[in-house]
Design a protein around this ligand. Structure first.
Ligand code: FPP
Length: 246
């Protein structure tokens, strides 16, 4: 039988896939381990999906790695997640370079600990001329934070006479968001069976196809990603039009 990967239609692949990586804690607890053990194993799934996206020629992959709300978790879990981010970004930069992947980050950068920010900025700089997949990590990110920030900046620009309020439209608003140089995601995947968006890319997913997987993030592999892409390829995207108009 044809493999899932071979069944994919190259011309119908999304250019941007966003992922809410969920279920690390439950995965670890099921195994009688600490939640941190789950996050450590989540890194394998990050590697798998990044490699799959790069191999398929997908242009943008955006991963929800740490939300604004995640700061409210117990301090030891936040600290462990931050040090995992530092070590992973440091260790994976070589692989990103080898695979022509450009690293990018969205979210409140000044909210991150200095060592995370330093590693992140170094890796972003080192990979900045890569032309393959753009891997965006959403770190200390929430969509309402982003929309409020954009609104503040628009208000300042109006006050300074840089823009006219009558010129504010979807396109202009999008330029003030952290995703201003990316297309909106065509597909959003959430793992672990939870059916929520959790403050992720609310503006950008207006017409995005949603796909929910039961798999807990540390178990997520390339085949699971291909399954989501195949499901996406079967859908008809109408953008408010009728079937006949498509
Ligand atoms: C959600 O699972 C996952 C996170 C809050 C963290 C995601 C982080 C990683 C996968 C590790 C490092 C990532 C990179 C990009 C290097 P959860 O803890 O909410 O799980 P639960 O819902 O089962 O409690």
């Amino acid at each position: 039988m044809e493999s899932l990967k071979d069944q994919l239609i190259k011309e119908k692949l999304p250019s941007h896939v966003a992922v809410i990586m969920d279920g690390n804690g439950r995965w670890a607890q099921k195994k009688g381990n600490s939640r941190i053990f789950g996050h450590q194993h989540g890194v394998t799934a990050v590697r798998e999906v990044t490699e799959a996206a790069a191999e398929l020629g997908i242009s943008y992959l955006t991963l929800y790695a740490f939300s604004t709300e995640n700061w409210n978790r117990p301090k030891h879990e936040v600290d462990a997640l931050m040090s995992l981010l530092v070590s992973t970004i440091g260790a994976e930069t070589k692989t990103l370079l080898k695979n022509n992947v450009r690293l990018n980050a969205i979210g409140c950068k000044e909210c991150l600990p200095t060592d995370v920010l330093k590693n992140l900025e170094e890796s972003i700089a080192k990979t900045s001329s890569n032309t393959g997949l753009t891997l965006t990590l959403a770190l200390s990110y929430s969509s309402r934070w982003e929309i409020v920030n954009a609104t503040k900046q628009i208000a300042r620009d109006v006050r300074e006479g840089k823009i006219n309020p009558d010129d504010i439209n979807d396109d202009l608003f999008g330029k003030y968001l952290t995703t201003n140089n990316m297309p909106d995601p065509e597909l959003l995947i959430r793992t672990s069976g939870e059916l929520r968006i959790s403050n992720f890319l609310l503006w950008q997913i207006a017409y995005t196809e949603l796909y929910f997987s039961e798999v807990l993030w540390p178990d997520y592999r390339k085949e699971d990603f291909y399954e989501a892409l195949l499901d996406y390829q079967k859908r008809e995207r109408r953008f408010g039009k009728t079937s006949q108009q498509i």
